[in-house]
Design a protein. Structure first.
Length: 202
């Protein structure tokens, strides 16, 4: 997505958000989070806030009117109901018969909410110098990681430990080659000794 269009989409989502999300957005610009990340997070917040209203957890007339107390008082059971909703909701793609969103999307949604909750409960400073509230329900919500193939895991390990991984791997290859050469040398010496012994007997 081109930068101009991305910024336009961001402004559209910002116009829908409650004041505490706008504060969060402004704070994360200074980190800085990329505009792409913030755009994806705003999309996830809209999805979540729509659910809060549709499920009756919030009695707000629109997303911008959602009270911060609603987030403070959400229970683990509420969040599990939201995850279940994501898993079972009809796909927005009319050409797909698949129910629910992917695990990758669910993880992104929970990551976005975890970031917002961490800001509201730990990072922000209210008028009294304290966070807006302390209860972080997202710390009680577990996520399911996507299964990783052996090849992908090996590549991740290689990237994490590079260049030492490369050095060690190279050392192992050299060491293995040395062992092969040594074994071949010993076999040659053994063969020569046997032939010499046979010659002496003759």
């Amino acid at each position: 997505m081109k930068r101009e269009l991305l910024l336009e989409k961001i402004e559209e989502y910002k116009s829908l958000m409650p004041w505490f999300v706008l504060e969060y957005y402004q704070s994360k610009l200074s980190v800085p989070y990329s505009f792409t990340t913030l755009y994806e997070y705003l999309k996830e917040y809209k999805r979540f806030f729509d659910w809060l209203i549709d499920s009756g957890i919030s009695d707000a007339d629109d997303i911008a009117s959602i009270d911060i107390k609603t987030l403070e008082n959400l229970t683990k059971k509420d969040m599990e109901s939201f995850v279940l909703y994501l898993r079972e909701r009809p796909s927005l793609n009319t050409y797909s018969k698949k129910q629910g969103v992917s695990q990758t999307t669910i993880n992104r949604t929970l990551s976005a909410l975890s970031s917002l909750y961490k800001y509201l409960t730990e990072e922000v400073e209210g008028p009294d110098g304290e966070p807006y509230f302390y209860r972080n329900v997202m710390k009680k919500v577990s996520t399911k990681k996507k299964k990783e193939t052996l090849a992908a895991r090996a590549e991740n390990i290689k990237q994490k430990h590079s260049p030492w991984f490369t050095v060690l791997t190279g050392f192992q290859q050299v060491n293995h080659s040395s062992m092969v050469v040594s074994a071949q040398r010993e076999a040659s010496i053994g063969s020569y000794s046997r032939n010499l012994a046979i010659g002496l007997k003759l």
